[in-house]
Structure formats: structure tokens, C-alpha cells
Design a protein. Sequence first.
Length: 341
Amino acid sequence: MQIAVLGIDLGKNSCSVVGLDGRGQVVLRRRLRREGVIKLGLTLPSCVMAMEACCGAHHLGRQLRSQGHDIRLMSPEYVRPYIKAQKNDDRDAEGIAEAATRPTMRFVEVKEEEQLDMQNLHRARDRVVGERTALINQLRAILLERGIIVPQGRRRLENWLHLAMSEGTLALSPRMMVLIEDMRTQWSEMDRRITAFDEEFKAYARSDQACRLLTSIPGIGPLNATALTAMIGNAGTFGRGRDLAAWLGLVPRQMTTGGKPKLLGITKRGSGYLRKMLIHGARAALPAISKSATSLGEWLRGLLGRAHKNKVIVALAAKLARIAGAILQSGRPFSSESLEP
């Protein structure tokens, strides 16, 4: 049995595998546990093994790659058109195998364990930030129900609560005072955890060469640098920086028909977290860059004269993503005198 391509549809406990020969004919259909897939890989000669880039795919991909197989991970969005008729696990595995043979297919690089660790740290920090925001919103709602309106801003609310609690000027019931004090304690613990994450990211960014290159770009600090290296590695998957910006969903969406191009809002594809972080970084860097006597600053000043500030921020985020991709590929730091590194 000569298998050229093995499509693997991953599940939590069991996986469906479909093997294709050199002519594209199905020669193998099996349902195995994940341990069984690894054992099957040991019995097969070197071949292409394709999977969707989902939870557990990178771990299994590294194990199969160590056996000498060519691992190809794909976005589920790109696999869907190759699934025929009714959807089931066998059809999914067959579609994955067929999609992996297409010369125009875009593949996802297998991530190393260090990259996945850094991604998980970012996800944990983002979760704590979301919980803190929900807590702050609930605090504001409690005060608003009692007719107390606090100015916007996290630090303003924190300072106002500290002053009001210390002076005893809050006209609330004793039970609500205890609740607010408990919520303040939770808030303080969340701040401590977020600060600990940030310090860990800063230490890693100082020790990693790729992160040091990325932090030379204005608007990209330790948070953005570590998130970028965790998500894309050395950017070798992308042919050019523009492809990275498109993968992050920072380019306009097209609705072209009859030869008449029409550009809409950004596509918002790819990682929403990474896109959000780049946009925040661009918003923070916009005032300084737009005042600089560089070609990037001149481009921003012209853009600010004809577009809304929020559009300019997204355009700058796309520019920073393109620069980051070029820097990761070239290994050279950013030059502030030019748009190109």
C-alpha cells in the first residue's frame, strides 16, 4: 500500500484518517485514537500528512515530523470547499488530503513548543484583562444605581474609590460597602497578575533576538513583539510583508464584479488578538510618528488630511505589520529614515 498523502481529521479522542495514492485514489480509511495515528506513522514510509490547523495539530505535527513525514497544516476555511456531499469525519479527512495536494494551497507553519507557550501566556493575560474590565463595569453600575457617576478611565475610578472609601463619604448600605471593598481586592489581584505577565514578556523580549528586532519598530513593544513571534515565528510562511497584513485582516475587503473594483472595510481575518494589539500600538505611536521628519511621518500627515483618524490608525497598523514581516525575514532592525527596514 503506497500512500502519498494522508489526511487526518482530528478529534478530541479519535481521529479519521484517509490515505491517497499517487493518483489521488483512496487506498486507506481508518478511525484511530491519537496514539494510533502516531503508531500508524511509524509503519508508513515518508509521505505528506495533512491536518487542519486546530487544537492539538501542532503537537501531533511535531511528533509525526520527527518520524520523517512532511507535515502540512491548513486553515479549516481553505479545506471546506474540498469536502464533498454530506459532512462526516471520513469526508473531512478525504477533503483535507485532497486540499493538501493543491499547488496554490496556503499552509500553516508547525509551531514549536516555545511558541505555543508564549501564545498561552498571551491568552491567559487577555482573559484576566477581560475579567478586570467586567469587574470595573459592574462597579460603575453599582455606583450609578445609587446616583454616583465617576469620570471615565480605569485609574480615575480607582483613585476616586480609594479617596471615597478612606474618607467614608460613600452613602451606601454596610453590605454594599463590604461588596465594593471585596471587588477592590479582586481588582488589585488582577492588576498584580497582569503586571506579572507584562514583566515576563519584557524579560523574554530582551533575551530573544527576533523580539529585539521587532521592538525597534515604533508602536511595537514587548507585548506586540512576543505575540508576533509566537504567532508567526520567522515569517518564512509569508512571501512578503503585505501577505502578513492580509493574514491579520488589516487590508480592505474586496467586492469586485464586472471589472469594477469596490473596497470595503478591513476583512478582520486571522487573529483578532494580534490585530487588536497592533491597532493599539499604532494608536499610541501615531502622534509621535506623524510629527517626525521621516517619510513615514510625511505619509501619515497626508493621510490624516484626507481620512478619519481611526482609519489612519488601522492603516498605520497594517504598515507596521508589513514592516514587522520584512524585518523578521531580513533580520535587520527598522530604519526610521525609510518606510522599508
